[in-house]
Design a protein around this ligand. Sequence first.
Ligand code: 5AD
Ligand code: SF4
Length: 492
Amino acid sequence: MGQEKDYSRYFVAPDLKAAKKRSKDGVRVIRFEDIPEPMRDAGRGKKYLIVTYGCQMNVHDSETMAGILEQMGYEPAAGEEDADVILLNTCAIRENAEDKVFGELGRLKQRKLEKPGLILGVCGCMSQEEVVVNRILRSYPYVDLIFGTHNIHRLPHLLMNALFSKEMVVEVWSKEGDVVENLPKVRRDGLKAWVNIMYGCDKFCTYCIVPYTRGKERSRRPEDVLAEIRDLARKGYKEITLLGQNVNAYGKDFTDRDYTFADLMDDVRKIGIPRVRFTTSHPRDFDDRLIEVLAKRGNLVEHIHLPVQSGNSQILKLMARKYTREHYLELVRKIKEAIPDVVLTTDIIVGFPGETEEQFEDTLSLVREVEFDSAFTFIYSPREGTPAAKMQDDVPMEVKKERLDRLNRLLAEIGRRKNEALRGQVVEVLVEGESKKDPNVLSGRTRTNKLVHFRGPKHLIGQFVKIRIDDPQTWTLRGTLVGEASATGAGA
Ligand code: 5AD
Ligand code: SF4
């Protein structure tokens, strides 16, 4: 932590095999201490840029890195040109995510040539992969620093090493880290905040690289999570999203208490923050008690993101999802019974190795049955080191693309129908800012996370308003301002 002086560990490379192991060791909670003297001023007069790829976990990690860099005296850069440190916070979930980063690294060579003092760093999930680190060492030798997802708190030390070393500094821990509290954060705005509740994933779905890049499941203690949320409420935040790769496993690693995700949600419900979301949940661990707590509503919104991945039990088995189509549909039935106006969204992979036309059609029929309001859909991408990468795959890419297309068309049709049902209804919207396309239009989100555009005065930004929906689109809603709201109760 802050106090240890360790300039010797210049080269610690990742090891996917080691990352797969799950130790029985208890999780240590450590505190991020003040940055020691020589490092605290290292960034004075200098600027940083963090480029973030991938999921919300990465977005939030970038907020932490920004917090650390600002404690070192760095200021945010307006763009690449005036940055003295550029960090690429990378995503390893699919091949195209990785390709983007390699493309950026290639392009940034020119920047390094123009400004030799520039520190170029690579962090995030890709850094946890041996193949990636080897490729950077071989083909992008001008990179100054590589670190992983478990040692973000070591950023001051690593940056100092990178500043003084002629060699590439590589420090990637393959054994999961501890839980680090008291990390500084620079949050994107004063309205919505991410709050980590747990790190890592022990599910090992056969296609997924995340359990290797993010380590074993480790929960933050409820008192730390609740204190952070109370602090955000005091600061006037209107919405929080609780973050974890598999939030339903929250608390399973506690040895000193019996406290689950449902307990946490029930406690967060009592805090005066208007909206509480969470992501991502796994259907297998989604229990009745959680449904019961969510049905109490209040600040717990009527939106659940529940990745299904496939509608066919055989494919689900090959994916090691540990539930069947029937189990998923039964869970959805229970959720809808308890929360009739719930909005369900999901993640779906098409073209898993060996997926037949019939198996894919099971996915279509499940989508029709559940009626998801929207979904993130992906073509399966083999990840080196995962079990699925070794599975025989005889599905041609054109077939996979065509399936993705059919699935997306079905989702659009359902999305349109669902939004059409909101025509004429008045919904509660948290106004986030000007619309991206037209500064005269404001945008915000419903409790169910639907994007709403409407005309209104700018002083409404940051407020809750009531909007009558009069022009529903497939993925967005347009409406008319009918009043201010107090942010309680349920809406669309
Ligand atoms: N190929 C395609 N999609 C993947 N996902 C995870 N791993 C892969 C992969 N190898 C998708 C899953 C997950 C989402 C975050 O990314 O749908 O829920
Ligand atoms: Fe990956 Fe499955 Fe864990 Fe989600 S639950 S992060 S898909 S291994």
